[in-house]
Design a protein around this ligand. Structure first.
Ligand code: FE2
Ligand code: FE2
Length: 162
């Protein structure tokens, strides 16, 4: 079922360091743990946890992979945050890649701009700390199963299954 496959995608991230001090699974757990410990709601924590799944399948557009998988199950705000997080993350490091750090500005008119900017500032871009103690993947399995079972009432245009 979908939840088992998503848990598998998260486990796959353990083999991916990408030059960072922690692997991609630890980065994901750390991002979710920081959000959870800040009192964010389940929709937010779930999105924080899975925002980088797809990195092992399609590194350059992994947000689109992750966003497509979770689209029927999360809020529109959560979907936007996952789908566009790369441009907002770029604000912190794209100068090193010769890319425009202000690329996120193209989303200024979105009602979800501030939320996504805050997600990257407070959780995503700092969650590469090898000394941080994150919650385990097992801790999040019930949340993953809960979210990937019932489509969210405010999910963006669930096209159904044919
Ligand atoms: Fe990412
Ligand atoms: Fe990330």
């Amino acid at each position: 079922m979908t939840a088992d496959r998503v848990i598998g995608l998260l486990r796959d991230l353990e083999s991916d360091h990408g030059g960072f001090p922690v692997n991609r699974l630890e980065h994901s757990l750390q991002t979710a743990s920081r959000a959870e410990r800040d009192g964010r709601d389940d929709d937010y924590v779930f999105c924080a946890l899975i925002h980088d799944i797809g990195d092992t399948l399609s590194p350059h557009n992994h947000p689109e992979v992750a966003a497509a998988i979770i689209k029927p199950f999360v809020s529109e705000a959560g979907h936007f945050m996952v789908l566009n997080h790369n441009a907002f993350q770029g604000y912190y490091y794209w100068q090193h890649l010769g890319r425009d750090v202000n690329t996120r500005d193209k989303f200024r008119e979105s009602p979800h701009f501030d939320r996504t900017a805050e997600f990257c500032e407070l959780y995503d871009q700092i969650s590469f700390d090898p000394s941080y103690t994150s919650n385990s993947l097992a801790h999040y399995e019930p949340l993953i199963r809960q979210f990937l079972t019932v489509p969210a009432p405010d999910a963006p245009n669930d096209s159904g299954r044919v």
